[in-house]
Design a protein. Structure first.
Length: 312
């Protein structure tokens, strides 16, 4: 019961910040482009600086070295979920112009805008390496297989652009992670003023991420939320199958308990916020993607406390 209440407290921290973002968006404090600007500040400025600061301050070379073998768990998990998503799309008779989007949202999770703040609220900075390991694999899958599936739904012909794909995979947050690791490995100590700047700007990551989610929920409109086979399939995959697959992979594994908890939580995060953007770019059903981001984000705030009680 103590774990349940701790999880509730962690989720409430997140929920209050989302509510602030939603309220400010409802009061017209933000324009249509405000969400995009906040997302860019988080992903290209605050989060990379947060990565560098946290890794250099809280982790050692040996701790980071032990993480490398752990990437196999999210890789196997996402491959299994992708295979299941193909079967589900056929069983549920998802129409062809939504099938790829359905599959992409089924096996990819929101590891940054929701996953990072929730893990930090529940477990603190010690969870960050595991969050980042999952983030690396999740990002790679989304900008390769996930994007291909969404493009296949669209109106144009799909073309693989290696330069664009690599630019998306090796994004500023991932580069911030790599820089932090290199600084630790080579034992390079940053000047005090730089470390302070990294800390101050990096601390914007969590609140701005939650404001972004609040704005996105307000823009999607709560009245547009629907329960049908398109939504139930995604929600079942995100919140039941994904954590179940990860749990089975980690059940007998000789790994730290914290890693198990973080990986299971990360696997059960809501739909990627980039899904509507990519869908819009390639002429797929962006409205469907936006609704699923909203529905899954709201439901995750209920799922997390239940999941935390189960995995402890």
């Amino acid at each position: 019961m103590a774990v349940f209440f701790q999880s509730i407290q962690g989720v409430l921290v997140i929920l209050v910040m989302i509510a602030i973002g939603y309220s400010l968006a409802s009061a017209k404090w933000f324009t249509d482009k405000s969400g995009q600007i906040i997302a860019r500040i988080v992903t290209q400025v605050a989060l990379p600086m947060y990565m560098v600061n946290t890794i250099t301050q809280d982790f050692t070379k040996d701790e980071l070295g032990r993480l490398l073998p752990d990437i196999k768990f999210p890789i196997i998990s996402m491959l299994v979920l992708f295979a299941i998503s193909v079967a589900f799309a056929r069983i549920l008779a998802i129409r062809k112009n939504r099938r790829g989007l359905f599959q992409s949202m089924f096996f990819n999770s929101n590891t940054v805008f929701v996953g990072l703040p929730i893990n930090m609220a529940l477990f603190g900075t010690k969870s960050l390496p595991y969050v980042l390991v999952y983030y690396m694999i999740n990002t790679t899958f989304f900008w390769t297989l996930g994007t291909y599936l969404i493009q296949r739904d669209g109106e144009g012909e799909w073309r693989f652009d290696i330069k664009t794909t690599l630019a998306k995979v090796f994004s500023p947050p991932l580069l911030g992670f790599v820089l932090g690791v290199l600084l630790v490995v080579f034992q390079i100590k940053l000047p005090t003023f730089i470390a302070s700047d990294l800390q101050y700007v990096g601390s914007l990551t969590v609140p701005l991420s939650m404001f972004f989610i609040g704005i996105a929920v307000q823009r999607a409109g709560l009245h547009n939320l629907k329960v049908n086979k398109y939504s139930l399939g995604i929600l079942f995959g995100r919140f039941i199958l994904a954590p179940m697959v990860m749990f089975l992979l980690l059940w007998k594994a000789d790994v730290p308990i914290l890693m198990k908890q973080v990986f299971i939580l990360q696997s059960a995060m809501p739909v990627m916020t980039n899904a509507p953007v990519v869908a819009s770019l390639y002429g797929a059903d962006a409205d469907y993607a936006a609704i699923m981001v909203t529905e899954s984000t709201l439901l995750s705030l209920v799922v997390v406390p239940i999941l935390m009680t189960t995995i402890n």
